[in-house]
Every structure is written in structure tokens, then in C-alpha cells.
Design a protein around this ligand. Structure first.
Ligand code: SF4
Length: 304
């Protein structure tokens, strides 16, 4: 099966100023991460591999003092699309200007339709910072999208999230299901939507799609429907075929949710991205049409 690394998700740090209850990378205190010099070599490699889009996340990527330098280097070595996922805390007028200069797009996490719901999930003061960041970025002319995790309270506030997003000029709201990985695995049952709440949420999301059209566009993931057999599984999964993940310590994985040792394809502290992408036996398994990986396999084997 032909494979092209169109999108690479790069978790540049485990550091984070927040301790969100659902964080799949269990971010917070500093842990091992790749230094700027090695990051620059990796970016050159990604450019040579003609990666189309790099999505930077973490942890909170702006917790790295050299994160903007890293982005600016990416902009000089490759015409790749740069997308940054952030909680918004460290966005300032100055950083927004630098992001605008390199043509970056930013995704801000907003996990509820009001301060009480969002802060219950992400911590006190975090809603105000997410809204503040969105306003600064928009006033600088940067395209901003929002990512909302559909936990039990946020699922009741879908219309409020969409209305706020429209008011602030957000171009897209992506609503994601909660995934039982990392810290989310610990409190999963209380946060998870009951099947009837999920049906209700889908109905609200469809209504919002119709009423908001493209301002903002409303997207939602349907992994749970795939697991429950309501929707067909993507087969093969894009994991390892068009997409892969770099962890803060340099491991290359096929998907951010497949974090076991058996899924480590290589380590970019020492290996070249292109060599690993072309020769990995783990990836060969993902690309074999008769044994291709699906989201269902992922969920049912998830041990986190
Ligand atoms: S979910 Fe994001 S903002 Fe929250 S602790 Fe994890 S990395 Fe930080």
C-alpha cells in the first residue's frame, strides 16, 4: 500500500502549566525532550520527506522557551503547514505577531460553553486564558480553530461553544470524544457520555452544522460509533500510512493513542525520519491491507 507522511503530530514537550483531568500525555512536570539543535535536524528531514502538515502539541508547546524559534526554523526549511495546539496561556501580542509572520494556524482547547465547565475540566482561570488567546490571535489575523472534548458536562453545552466561537471569529470547532488514555483512563467512567447523551450530542452537533454552515464549521469525531459498530471502521487507519507522531523524547509512533513499547517505530534522537518511515517493520504491518489496523483494533487493545 503506498504511504506518504502527509501529517506529522509532534509533541514537543511534556511540560504544561495545567493538569487537565483527561490529558492523554499526562503532561505537567518537565521530562526528557529533544533539544533545539536536534529538532532542527528533524525538521530538515521532515522537509525532505515532503511532509505536508506538522501539528505541534505537547504538553503545552509554548512551555518550551525555544518553541517560536523552532517554528520559525520550520518555516525557513520547508513550506509545510504549521498548526499549533495550545491551551492559550502563553499567547501574547508579540508571540501572535511571530506566528502571523510564519503563517501558522492555531487550535485552542475550549472544553465547555462557560467558565465553570471548562475550568472544572482544565483548572481555574483556564477558560479566561483560552478566550483571551483566541481574541489576541484573531485580532492579529491568525486563523483559529477550537477543539472541544465531549465530556459529560461539555456535551450539554455544544450550542454555547458554537455561539462563542462564531462571535470570536473561530473558523472551525472540532468536537472530540473522550479517549481512555493517560489521565482520562483514571476518571473515565464519570466523564464519559452515556449512549443516550452521545445520541443527544450528535443530534445537537448536526443541528449546529446546519445552522452555522461554515462560520464556524462544526466537525466531530465518531470513534465511539465505530467501536459500537454503528459506523464503518476506517480500514486501514491512517496511522502509519499517512500519519505518525513524534513524542517529546523523540520516539516515533503510528498514532498518539498507541503508546505501548510495541508501537515504537524508532527514535529520532538517533534515527533518520525518512529511514524509519521507509523501513519500519511495525509500519509494514499497518500498511498491509490484509492485516491493516483499524480504530476498533486500537480501542479493543488499548491497555492504557
Ligand atoms: S490536556 Fe493539554 S493543557 Fe491540559 S494538561 Fe494536557 S497538555 Fe496541558
Amino acid at each position: 500500500m503506498p504511504s506518504f507522511p502527509t501529517t506529522v503530530t509532534w509533541e514537543v514537550t511534556y511540560r504544561c502549566n495545567l493538569r487537565c483531568v483527561h490529558c492523554y500525555s499526562e503532561s505537567g512536570p518537565p521530562r526528557e525532550e529533544i533539544g533545539l539543535n536536534r529538532c532542527q535536524l528533524i525538521l530538515e528531514d521532515l522537509g525532505k520527506a515532503r511532509v505536508f502538515k506538522i501539528v505541534f502539541g505537547g504538553g503545552e508547546p509554548f512551555s518550551r522557551h525555544d518553541f517560536l524559534d523552532l517554528l520559525e526554523y520550520a518555516h525557513t526549511v520547508t513550506p509545510v503547514t504549521l498548526v499549533i495546539c495550545t491551551n492559550g496561556y502563553y499567547i501574547t501580542g508579540e508571540s501572535a505577531k511571530r506566528l502571523k509572520h510564519i503563517g501558522a494556524r492555531v487550535q485552542v482547547s475550549v472544553d465547555g460553553g462557560n467558565e465553570q465547565t471548562h475550568d472544572a475540566f482544565r483548572g481555574k482561570g483556564s477558560f479566561e486564558q483560552a478566550i483571551r488567546a483566541t481574541s489576541i490571535l484573531r485580532s492579529t489575523g491568525i486563523p483559529v480553530s477550537w477543539s472541544t472534548t465531549l465530556w459529560s458536562r461539555a456535551a450539554k453545552e455544544i450550542e454555547e461553544v458554537a455561539a462563542m466561537a462564531q462571535k470570536l471569529g473561530v473558523f472551525r470547532c472540532t468536537f472530540r470524544q473522550l479517549f481512555p488514555v493517560g489521565r482520562a483512563a483514571q476518571g473515565y467512567s464519570q466523564l464519559l457520555l452515556e449512549p443516550s447523551a452521545w445520541d443527544e450530542a450528535k443530534s445537537k452537533l448536526k443541528d449546529c452544522q446546519t445552522s452555522y454552515g461554515s462560520s464556524p464549521t462544526i466537525e466531530f469525531e465518531t470513534i465511539m460509533d465505530q467501536v459500537m459498530g454503528i459506523q464503518k471502521h476506517p480500514n486501514p487507519s491512517p496511522a502509519g500510512v499517512q500519519h505518525c507522531v513524534i513524542t517529546p523524547e523523540g520516539y516515533l509512533l503510528p498514532c498518539q493513542y498507541l503508546r505501548g513499547q510495541e508501537f515504537i517505530i524508532g527514535n529520532l534522537m538517533t534515527d533518520s525520519f525518512i529511514d524509519v518511515w521507509k523501513t519500519s517493520s511495525v509500519l509494514a504491518r499497518f500498511r498491509n491491507p490484509s492485516a491493516a489496523w483499524t480504530c476498533k483494533d486500537c480501542m479493543s487493545n488499548c491497555s492504557s
